[in-house]
Design a protein around this ligand. Structure first.
Ligand SMILES: CC[C@H](C(=O)O)C(=O)SCCNC(=O)CCNC(=O)[C@H](O)C(C)(C)COP(=O)(O)OP(=O)(O)OC[C@H]1O[C@@H](n2cnc3c(N)ncnc32)[C@H](O)[C@@H]1OP(=O)(O)O
Length: 223
C-alpha cells in the first residue's frame, strides 16, 4: 500500500490539466494504518526511518500537488490511517466514521508525518491530547476540532458510491467553475506559504486567458 500510494502520487504529478483529487478507502474502512505483518518484519529503527521517509515523501508530495485534495473518510481511520487523512487539503467524514491515533498504544510515535500536520491543524495542545490519549474522535467532535471540514450523512455510510458522489459534488462546488490554471495557481499559493513564491505563481496567471475572459465579461460581484 505504501509503495502504491507513492506511485499514485507520482502519476498525479504528471496530470497537467487536473483540478482535484479524492483520497478514499473502500469497504467501510478508510485505512487502519501499517499492515501489521509488514510492521513486524521491519521492526527496527533503521527500517522504521526508511518507512517513515517513504511515507513523508508521499504525504508531502500529495500536499504539494497543484490539485485540491479531499480525504473522504468513511468508517475507521486508525494509526497511520488517521495520519493519512491529514495529507489532503480538506476532510469530509461520514457521520459514523471514527478517527483514532493509536500509535502511542502501539509503542511508537507518528511515522506518517501526522504529528507535524496534526498540530498545524488543531494546535499543539489538542494534538498532544489526541496522540497521548489515543481516544476515538467521532465525526461530530472532528468537526468541532477542525479535523473535519464537513460531514456526509449517515445513510451513505455503507454506500461508497453515494459518499464519493457527495464528495465529488462538494469538491466541484469549489473548483468546477474555475479554469484549471486558476485552481492550480490558488492551490500553489496556499501550498507554498511563501511571499516570493506567491508572487511568482500569481504572475503565471496574470494576463492569461482566464483573466482576459473574466475582464471581457464586465462582471459585477454584488450578489
Ligand atoms: C506509523 C503508523 C503505525 C505503524 O505502522 O505502526 C500504525 O499505523 S499503528 C496502527 C496499526 N493498525 C492497527 O493496529 C490496527 C489493528 N486492527 C484494529 O484495530 C481493528 O482490526 C480495526 C479497528 C482496524 C477494524 O476492526 P473491525 O472490528 O471493524 O474489524 P476486524 O478487527 O475484524 O478487522 C478485520 C480484519 O482486518 C485485519 N486488519 C485490520 N487492520 C489491519 C492492519 N493494520 N494490519 C493487518 N491486518 C489488519 C484484522 O486483523 C482482521 O483480520 P482477521 O484475519 O479477520 O482477524
Amino acid at each position: 500500500m505504501m509503495v502504491d500510494l507513492n506511485d499514485a502520487v507520482m502519476e498525479l504529478e504528471h496530470w497537467k490539466t487536473g483540478k482535484g483529487v479524492i483520497l478514499y478507502g473502500v469497504g467501510g474502512t478508510f485505512c487502519s494504518g501499517g499492515y501489521l505483518d509488514t510492521v513486524k518484519n521491519i521492526c527496527n529503527s533503521e527500517d522504521g526511518y526508511k518507512m517513515s521517509t517513504l511515507m513523508h515523501d508521499s504525504v508531502l508530495r500529495l500536499r504539494n500537488l497543484p490539485l485540491v485534495s479531499v480525504a473522504l473518510v468513511t468508517g475507521k481511520a486508525i494509526g497511520g490511517g488517521a495520519e493519512l487523512i491529514l495529507a489532503t487539503d480538506f476532510r469530509l467524514l461520514s457521520s459514523s466514521s471514527e478517527i483514532r491515533f493509536v500509535e502511542a498504544r502501539m509503542g511508537v510515535g507518528t511515522g506518517w508525518a501526522g504529528g507535524t500536520l496534526l498540530q498545524r491543524l488543531v494546535g499543539p495542545r489538542t494534538a498532544l491530547d489526541l496522540l497521548l490519549t489515543c481516544r476515538k474522535v467521532s465525526a461530530d467532535e472532528a468537526l468541532v476540532l477542525g479535523l473535519a471540514d464537513d460531514l456526509i450523512e449517515e445513510k451513505d455510510d455503507d454506500d461508497d458510491e453515494a459518499a464519493l458522489k457527495k464528495t465529488t459534488d462538494w469538491l466541484n462546488e469549489r473548483i468546477a467553475h474555475h479554469h484549471y490554471s486558476v485552481v492550480q495557481t490558488v492551490k500553489g499559493i496556499i501550498a507554498c506559504d511563501d511571499f516570493e513564491e506567491e508572487r511568482r505563481i500569481f504572475s503565471s496567471t496574470w494576463g492569461g486567458k482566464a483573466q482576459q475572459d473574466a475582464l471581457n465579461k464586465n462582471m459585477k460581484h454584488n450578489n
